[in-house]
Design a protein around this ligand. Structure first.
Ligand code: HAM
Length: 412
């Protein structure tokens, strides 16, 4: 039996990559002063049907549970966060800066970088209207990617502002509640033929003679007034070098209300690595508590592909400090005693559970990526010593049993 399409088995090598990514995410969030939270992976269906927009609702893993509740696996974290903060915001000093690394589920058409489950680094700020908060989140996303060794040659932050489009579309005669269809047409612009976009914009209520103008703004040939966007770039200082104003970005999710942005690989080969923006009305809609909010999500799948393409993934293995080679079964009990002493002081140690030829034990030590092989044999043991082999360097020394722990703890 295979896993379901779009779901991953994490064999140890894959899990090592996942952990590497999570560790960098957590460290970046910590450096920016965000606190970690989590919520349930299963939520009431209703949490998504009203607020997230048709695209994501069409991709829900939803069913009726045994208590007749309509439920869905979470396709994104933002509605859960809105619910949680709405319920307990009085317990926290504002602005609230929280992050999470949830596993999310979307019934998507499978393609490179798109699966039916993924992990997403979410960082959000609640109760801050100042554009500094938008800049802070973009800076966090940039610094997160920099911590993996990626540079401005690898990725670009494409920043935009939905209000620019809102103002434009309102002036063009499209009422605010009808604008979401136009946003979706613009959001899909890069992935659909221009005729299709044309058709969708007209269907959304845009006068035909305005279509060229919309395409001109999206292409960057016409520059509308975007004062807030300029402020964000200014606040980003040096990090603005990673950013590009791009009005093709409007984001697929319905709830965004202001600055929106996405991070893409510079070669344009992959789907977005991250996306986010301001969503000042969602908390009110979900929890009845009116608080401005903004945030982003960064997926592990696309990021993993990008790191692999650039050769930036660490080699897996090498987590074992020492493999103890038992050269004489008569010494097994003594070896075990030493093994436990080493483990007690935090050294990662493994050994053959059943009697095994010495050569084979060395092979296993090398395959496990151990730094050292420690041989316990009768000659040395009788003088209170063991043989320690540095498996990378190939050098061997005799050391006193009492000195082993200190020697293994010393960094290479
Ligand atoms: P999103 O753009 O839907 O935003 O997802 C954010 C990122 O998650 C994407 O850029 C992509 O890297 C990754 N991602 C999304 N779907 C998949 C998939 N099927 N397979 C692999 N990776 C995927 C949101 O979800 C917003 N809730 C983010 C946010 C937080 N906005 C404000 N706060």
């Amino acid at each position: 039996m295979n896993p379901l399409p779009g779901f991953r088995d994490f064999y140890p090598e894959a899990l090592a990559v996942r952990r590497y990514i999570f560790d960098k995410w957590r460290d970046a969030a910590r450096r920016y002063g965000f606190r970690e939270y989590d919520g349930p992976p299963l939520e009431p269906l209703e949490l998504y049907t009203q607020k997230s927009g048709d695209e994501i609702v069409g991709q829900l893993f939803n069913f009726v549970d045994k208590g007749d509740r309509a439920v869905a696996l979470r396709p994104e974290m933002t509605p859960t966060l809105a619910r949680m903060v709405g319920a307990h915001h009085r317990d926290y000093k504002k602005p609230i800066k929280w992050f999470a690394i949830p596993q999310l589920f979307r019934y998507e058409k499978q393609q490179r970088g798109r699966l039916r489950e993924h992990f997403q680094f979410n960082a959000d700020i609640i109760a801050e209207t100042d554009v500094s908060a938008d800049a802070e989140l973009i800076a966090l996303a940039i610094d997160t990617l920099r911590s993996f060794g990626l540079t401005e040659k690898d990725f670009v932050v494409r920043v935009s502002d939905r209000r620019v489009w809102q103002r434009y579309l309102t002036a063009a005669g499209i009422a605010e509640d009808k604008q979401y269809a136009a946003f979706q047409a613009i959001d899909k612009l890069e992935r659909e033929p221009v005729e299709k976009t044309h058709e969708k914009l007209v269907a959304a209520g845009l006068p035909v003679h305005k279509v060229e103008e919309v395409l001109g703004i999206a292409a960057g040939k016409i520059s509308p007034d975007a004062p807030e966007l300029q402020q964000v770039l200014q606040k980003l200082g040096d990090l603005a070098a990673f950013c590009k104003v791009d009005f093709k970005i409007v984001r697929g999710l319905a709830y965004y209300t202001g600055i929106v942005w996405e991070i893409h690989d510079c070669k344009g080969e992959l789907r977005a690595v991250a996306g986010g923006g301001r969503y000042d009305n969602l908390l009110e809609q979900v929890s009845g508590v009116s608080l401005p909010a903004l945030g982003f999500g960064m997926g592990d799948v696309v990021l993993g592909e990008l790191l692999k393409d650039r050769g930036l993934l660490p080699k897996s293995g090498g987590e074992l400090d020492c493999y103890v080679v038992i050269a004489d079964e008569a010494l097994r009990a003594a070896a075990l005693k030493l093994i436990h002493q080493l483990r007690d002081v935090g050294i990662a140690v493994d050994y053959a559970l059943a009697p095994t030829k010495v050569g084979k034990q060395f092979q296993v030590a090398v395959a496990a990526g151990a730094r050292f092989a420690l041989t316990i044999g009768p000659d040395e043991w009788s003088t209170g010593e063991v043989k320690l082999k540095d498996l990378a360097a190939g050098t061997e020394e005799r050391i006193r049993v009492a000195d082993v722990a200190a020697r293994l703890k010393k960094p290479l």
